[in-house]
Design a protein around this ligand. Sequence first.
Ligand SMILES: C[S@@+](CC[C@H](N)C(=O)[O-])C[C@H]1O[C@@H](n2cnc3c(N)ncnc32)[C@H](O)[C@@H]1O
Length: 188
Amino acid sequence: MQNILELGFAHGKSTLYMAAALDEIGRGSVITIDKQNAKERDPNIIALLENVGLKQYVDPIFANRSYTWELMKLIERNTHNNYCKPLFDFCFIDGGHTWDVTGFGFLLVEKLLMPNGWILFDDLAWTIESSARIPDARKEQIPEEERKTAQVGKAFSLLVKQHPNFHNFKDDGWWGWAQKKPFEEQSH
Ligand SMILES: C[S@@+](CC[C@H](N)C(=O)[O-])C[C@H]1O[C@@H](n2cnc3c(N)ncnc32)[C@H](O)[C@@H]1O
């Protein structure tokens, strides 16, 4: 895996692990997307990448609103004659954590993932209700059913595992893996 897409980098910790792995093999790149406010994190991804000397492997994108919009631009740039050329052999999805953002993000990533490429989802069992970071006042604005539902888990079981172009699912309750089928086995 050397052409990597990451959705949600926060400070850049997971990005650094992947960049270090690329450094071991001496090639590859990570395109990673978070929001503009990730620049204000201390430390932020730019500082961390400079500190460890791995910035040549990483292209961080700071989205104005959402990675879903940035993925639209990536798909558009790589679409010719109504076909989007897939770019990545690994995608780590660790941002959004809602049904809407994770589910739509997955459908966009599917277009950009090469045959035999892998997707990894973090936080299958995470809920808004259980989050210590989300203030109670914000939680109260969200319908109870959505607060208490593991939304990444729903996207994994209802969209990823039922998608005709994926197989080899692995799910330990927190991490979910799925592999894109070879081109000839995909539905076109
Ligand atoms: C759990 S953190 C990522 C942690 C990181 N992958 C790591 O393991 O070090 C989730 C990140 O996703 C970002 N995020 C959430 N929704 C997003 C969206 N719609 N577009 C872009 N980034 C988003 C948040 O800003 C946050 O920094």
